[in-house]
Ligand binder design. Structure first.
Ligand SMILES: *[C@@H]1O[C@H](CO)[C@@H](O)[C@H](O)[C@H]1NC(C)=O
Ligand SMILES: *[C@@H]1O[C@H](CO)[C@@H](O)[C@H](O)[C@H]1NC(C)=O
Ligand SMILES: [Zn+2]
Length: 298
């Protein structure tokens, strides 16, 4: 009987070890988003020492560090330069067909290299193959593939502490669709390898940091939460592009159950998260033990 009990306790303990590790996600801390960059986020450089400090303070808690890298074609659809008559920071509606191809239209000229003709009769949508509409903010050209110096440089900041074991996940490399989230593009057509990397490393909790709070940090955190991770956003390890979108993003994340904490509160939050994520398997193990004890009528 004691052998059975030992076996059950062992199985319970190994259940506890699944999906319980913690990853630090460092979103888009790249030259293009830092001072001198073409899409500099105000005070963006101030996130770097905070992120480096989190790395050193939590090296025995954080088992994986993933850096995302915005990695655009030089004529990427999110660049205002590709939409004649539309300024940076304005909004356009991009339409996609059922295959996820970008349709020529209002702001997408017929000679745009990454667009296609879609059937849209404008009167009735019955025969239209326009399937998705994505509202896109237009940006200055930024984070261009293979560019390693100057304002459009896509390089990860040299001030950021990095190790050989870090994993870099690139996003936004499909020319016809943007990707704020580190997981999915803005049309939800394709995913990056981020989710599979986290699963392979048995990650259950993600600490999200980096740039910018109202766009890539926001959508990465929301998608991580939807995918079932416990999500902590460190508010002093991120900065937003604009005050109104930053306030809206903070509210959206909080309403979704994402923890917003300052770096100084991280220790207590991580203790809470690891207890919370262990609760379900422990209950299962306790039930199993109880059932066996009842069965054996001890
Ligand atoms: C995009 O489409 C939505 C829904 O039809 C509309 O409310 C909005 O005004 C459009 N935005 C732009 C920039 O055209
Ligand atoms: C960037 O470099 C890679 C490898 O050299 C190449 O395959 C790719 O086409 C380049 N991308 C651009 C936009 O130049
Ligand atoms: Zn971008």
């Amino acid at each position: 009987m004691w052998a059975w009990l030992a076996l059950i306790v062992f199985v319970g303990a190994s259940l506890n070890a699944q999906g319980k590790k913690t990853a630090l996600l460092i979103i888009d801390v790249q030259d293009c988003f830092l001072p001198e960059g073409s899409l500099a986020v105000t005070d963006g450089e101030q996130v770097v020492p905070v992120i480096n400090q989190i790395r050193s303070d939590y090296h025995n808690v954080v088992s994986l560090v993933v850096l995302t890298q915005d990695w655009h074609c030089s004529d990427h659809v999110s660049f205002a330069s590709q939409h004649t008559g539309h300024d940076s920071y304005s909004l356009v509606n991009l339409t996609y067909n059922s295959q996820g191809q970008l349709c020529f239209g209002d702001s997408v000229p017929d000679d745009y290299a990454h667009g296609v003709s879609c059937i849209s009769n404008g009167v009735s949508d019955t025969h239209s193959d326009v399937n998705h509409v994505v509202t896109q903010t237009l940006w200055p050209d930024h984070c261009v593939q293979n560019v390693t110096s100057g304002p459009k440089s896509a390089s990860l900041s040299s001030t950021l502490e990095k190790r050989d074991t870090d994993i870099v996940v690139r996003k936004g490399y499909h020319c016809e669709v943007d990707s704020y989230s580190g997981f999915f593009d803005n049309g939800g057509f394709q995913q990056t390898e981020l989710h599979s990397v986290l699963q392979r490393h048995d990650i259950g909790v993600v600490i999200v940091t980096g740039l910018a709070l109202d766009f890539c940090v926001h959508y990465t955190a929301i998608d991580a939460n939807t995918l079932g991770y416990r999500v902590i956003v460190v508010t002093d390890a991120t900065r937003g592009v604009a005050p109104d979108t930053t306030q809206a993003a903070l509210r959206h994340m909080e309403d979704t159950g994402i923890k917003l904490v300052r770096a100084a509160q991280l220790r207590a939050t991580l203790d809470f998260s690891s207890r919370a994520t262990q609760a379900t398997p422990s209950v299962t193990a306790t039930l199993l033990v109880t059932m066996v004890l009842l069965h054996l009528q001890v």
